[in-house]
Write a new protein. Structure first.
Length: 290
């Protein structure tokens, strides 16, 4: 199907873009890579009056380490650009997650921040951003603010952003030494949406787990942390605590059945993806490379 008619603007600055969004009073949408928005328009699931394209705004494709030593990516950084940066900088968690996103064409055009704002409960970057304590820098008509990724997702395809706000960048805390991080998912075929997935970061203090962060996708209405798994693992002897901690995930999920997997299947597979992510994260923390 063809999209419904809309006007199009490609402003040169973030300020101009937020003004255009504000003037449209909620009837305009930001366009980034178009890999989710354009299919939604074609299926007539959305009918915005205007699209505000971010492609001409300078600086939005930058990837850098900021003054607080956090990784900062601009709104137009694609899945592929981050994957390449991560591969060059030995960031295994980011490499793991990128490999699961759609196909090469989707990864070349689609953006990391577009994926967060699309707020798909099965989006890989959401789990990564939750584990790496992600924060979004947001610009709107009243100025700038920061929104933690934990506060971003409010429901299926819905976020806490106002209609005239744009996420300009995302910051992530990269794992420090003695911390390993990994991602694992189950999907029907490569490139299909995840039925269930988990990202994990494990910090070691000798043979014990000092702290752990675990995030889940496909297992609730929004991507979420797994506090029961994290609590079960913290302080435990790493090599023996993983299986029991992974079982605790049943307290952290509220899966919904859909065409990709039933509720029961998701409950069965949840501890499996959590244990896989934890085992890889642990091996990386210990210096191995599973
Ligand atoms: C065949 C196919 C397979 C896919 N498989 C996967 C997969 O396995 N995993 C996965 O996670 N995704 C998958 N996707 C989705 C893909 O990752 C998209 O790139 C991503 O969801 C959206 O990024 P985008 O840059 O294309 O955003 P767009 O499609 O341009 O926008 C998506 C939404 O975000 C809003 N938006 C975008 N950028 C901003 C911003 N900076 N500030 C505020 N709002 C913004 C838009 O208004 C829109 O509502 C797939 C897509 C396709 C077509």
């Amino acid at each position: 199907m063809k999209p419904p008619p809309f006007s199009y603007a490609a402003p040169a600055t973030v300020r101009e873009a937020t003004e255009l969004l504000d003037r449209a009073g909620g009837r305009a949408r930001v366009l980034a890579g178009g890999q989710s928005l354009i299919p939604m328009l074609r299926h007539r699931l959305l009918a915005p009056e205007a699209l505000i394209d971010l492609r001409r705004i300078e600086g939005l494709r930058d990837i850098c380490i900021d003054d607080a030593r956090r990784l900062r990516l601009g709104a137009m950084v694609t899945h592929h650009a981050l994957e390449r940066w991560a591969s060059d900088h030995g960031q295994d968690l980011l490499v793991d997650a990128a490999a699961h996103i759609g196909h090469r064409s989707v990864r070349t055009l689609g953006t990391v921040i577009g994926s967060l704002t699309h707020a798909d409960p099965a989006a890989e970057w959401a789990a990564v951003a939750l584990v790496l304590d992600g924060a979004c820098q947001v610009a709107g008509p009243d100025g700038e603010r920061e929104v933690g990724v934990e506060e971003l997702f409010t429901g299926l395809h819905s976020t806490s952003l106002a209609g005239s706000e744009i996420i300009t960048s995302l910051t992530l805390s990269l794992p420090p030494s003695r911390t390993g991080a990994a991602f694992s998912e189950v999907a029907p075929r490569p490139g299909d949406p995840a039925v269930a997935g988990a990202a994990a970061a494990v910090s070691l203090d000798g043979p014990r787990v000092e702290s752990a962060r675990v995030a889940l996708i496909g297992l609730a209405a929004t991507p979420c942390r797994a506090p029961s798994v994290e609590a079960a693992l913290s302080g435990s002897e790493a090599s023996v605590g993983i299986e029991a901690a992974a079982q605790a995930v049943e307290n952290d999920i509220a899966p919904i059945g859909d065409i990709h997997g039933s509720e029961e299947y998701r409950r069965r597979v949840a501890p499996v993806v959590v244990a896989r992510a934890l085992r890889s994260a642990l091996a990386r923390a210990e210096g191995g490379r599973p």
